[in-house]
Design a binder for this molecule. Structure first.
Ligand code: UDP
Length: 219
């Protein structure tokens, strides 16, 4: 009997971290791990961690009732390109959430997210498409997060913060809370260095680091 096919797109570090979560999610639904593969455009092996790595073409050619893919690649611009490729080919976005993720009230999470173990999303939060929240990250109340935003492990995003599309927040960064009606805003494509303490708005495209976080001047 034909089955749906599920892919973790990207067979490198990010993808190998997501695969076990994807497997557990399917297990709970009673779906066999045979329906779960990696997809990679530049595979370094035919198999990794017990799953075949297929080219995107072979993923499309495998017989299946429906196809789902989670984009497990940290680079948000790549995710955006792959999302439109998948949409054109009828491959549906797949959201993966670890079983111990905590989600409170009125969390609106866009398609294709990856929520790693120990992630917490508290109340009244809006998050766009293809969000990555890596291990132990949290998003506090009343935050608005755009599309293709990436949190490395241990990001502390406090309340009333706006994070625009394609921003990247490095490991262990702390973002100070904003105020109702006057959120702290991290602009589109901004990069927050690991361990940064962000106390004020970050303009679009700017990289900041340090405590308090300041724009990085390359020497
Ligand atoms: N990749 C891909 N298609 C693309 C871009 C990247 O299949 O258009 C794959 C690439 O071959 C690699 C993975 O995605 O296996 C990205 O791995 P990398 O170690 O650069 O990043 P991470 O896993 O940390 O996101």
């Amino acid at each position: 009997m034909m089955q749906p096919l599920f892919g973790v797109y990207g067979a490198s570090g990010c993808g190998r971290g997501v695969m076990p979560l994807a497997r557990m999610q399917l297990q709970k639904l009673g779906i066999s791990a045979d329906s779960l593969v990696f997809i990679d455009d530049n595979p370094e092996a035919v198999n990794v961690n017990g799953h075949p790595i297929l080219s995107y073409r072979s993923f499309l050619e495998r017989k299946a009732t429906e196809r789902y893919a989670v984009l497990a690649i940290a680079n948000s611009k790549v995710r955006e390109q792959l999302a439109s490729r998948c949409a054109n080919d009828g491959v549906r976005p797949w959201t993966i959430a670890a079983s111990n993720v905590v989600t409170m009230d009125d969390v609106n999470l866009g398609a294709g997210a990856i929520l790693s173990p120990f992630v917490t999303l508290t109340s009244n939060i809006h998050i766009g498409q293809h969000f990555h929240a890596n291990l132990y990250s949290y998003v506090e109340h009343d935050c608005v997060i755009g599309d293709y935003v990436t949190f490395a492990p241990g990001v502390k995003c406090n309340g009333n913060v706006v994070i625009e599309d394609h921003a990247y927040i490095g490991a262990g960064a702390v973002i100070r809370q904003g105020r109702p009606g006057r959120p702290l805003v991290i602009g589109c494509g901004a990069v927050i260095g690991m361990g940064a303490v962000v106390t004020r708005d970050v303009p679009p495209g700017v990289t900041v680091a340090g405590n308090p976080a300041k724009p990085l001047v390359r020497g």
